[in-house]
Design a protein around this ligand. Structure first.
Ligand code: GTP
Ligand code: MG
Length: 273
């Protein structure tokens, strides 16, 4: 049996699972859990000190699932407390604040921290991850858009939900899908079932869209050296167009990336003799 397979009380019916929350301080981890478990929202910030622990019961199809929730403190100060709690986890809720780019950029570091603490023999392959793009009620301050978050999540085979702990939007749907995936994983012998979303586009497409978003100018976007010839620009353009054409690519953000590439090519060709 896999190291972090959950304990089954009665085969086929009852399950006991462990889930954790991860993400920078103040992104709303505790509020998301409170909204789901207690149906309320607290607007005053009360930082989690180390770890908060709670138990809840949910029904997924014919199974009663007992969930042990470990809500982690996001502040770096609590690393020493957190690192004990990564092991034997079946599900992780990864949260960022859509108005704080830093908290989105930090998701990679959170995964790295988890992998490091699971050690060389630990694996994240048998853990269900759900990414919560939280605080969507603060639309005015939003700086990480849906396609960017969805791309990050789905290119890794993670679930993605837009949530607001304040209004409750997306919270129940997120937890239902999360727990259903964990039950699927348990029924699948501890292996993450292949989801449509993770199989519908390639890593190359996801990486290319991310690179295009972060490119500093049109040369960089097409992946050619400044001063490249018309031929070189056209060749680079064709390669990207085949990869990202909206008829072929369903990765989140591919349409915008394709348009950006078309515009970059037009702008460059205008100035090349
Ligand atoms: P740490 O425990 O320090 O890691 O923080 P946390 O991620 O648990 O954040 P917490 O849930 O305590 O929320 C931080 C602040 O954001 C609080 O003031 C919450 O009221 C607020 N907040 C949380 N979720 C939302 C949301 O969806 N919308 C809005 N507008 N505010 C939110
Ligand atoms: Mg907290």
């Amino acid at each position: 049996m896999e190291a972090n397979m959950p304990k089954r009380k009665e085969p086929g019916k009852s399950l006991r699972i462990k889930v954790i929350s991860m993400g920078n301080a103040e992104v709303g981890k505790s509020c998301i859990i409170k909204r789901y478990c207690e149906k309320r929202f607290v607007s005053k910030y009360l930082a989690t000190i180390g770890i908060d622990y709670g138990v809840t019961k949910v029904q997924v199809r014919d199974r009663e699932v007992k969930v042990n929730i470990f809500d982690m403190a996001g502040h770096p100060f609590f690393y020493e407390v957190r690192n004990e709690f990564y092991k034997d986890t079946q599900g992780a809720v990864l949260v960022y604040d859509v108005g704080q780019k830093d908290s989105f950029d930090a998701l990679d570091a959170w995964l790295a921290e988890m992998k490091q603490d699971l050690g060389p023999h630990g694996s994240t392959d048998n853990i269900v991850f759900v990414v919560c793009a939280n605080k969507i009620d603060c639309a005015k301050h939003r700086c990480v858009d849906e396609s960017e978050g969805r791309l990050w999540a789905e290119s890794r085979g993670f679930l993605y939900f837009e949530t607001s702990a304040q209004t409750g939007e997306g919270i129940n749907e997120m937890f239902q899908a999360f727990y259903a995936s964990i039950v699927d994983l348990c029924e699948n012998g501890g292996k993450r079932p292949v989801t449509n979303s993770s199989a519908s586009f390639t890593k190359e497409q996801a990486d290319t869209i991310r690179r295009i978003r972060n490119s500093k100018d049109s040369w960089d976007m097409l992946g050619v050296k400044p001063g490249a010839s018309r031929d070189e620009v056209n060749k680079a353009y064709r390669k990207l167009a085949v990869l990202l054409h909206p008829d072929k690519c369903v990765a989140p953000g591919s349409e915008d990336a394709f348009k950006a590439v078309v515009n970059a090519r037009t702008a460059l060709l205008k100035n090349i003799k």
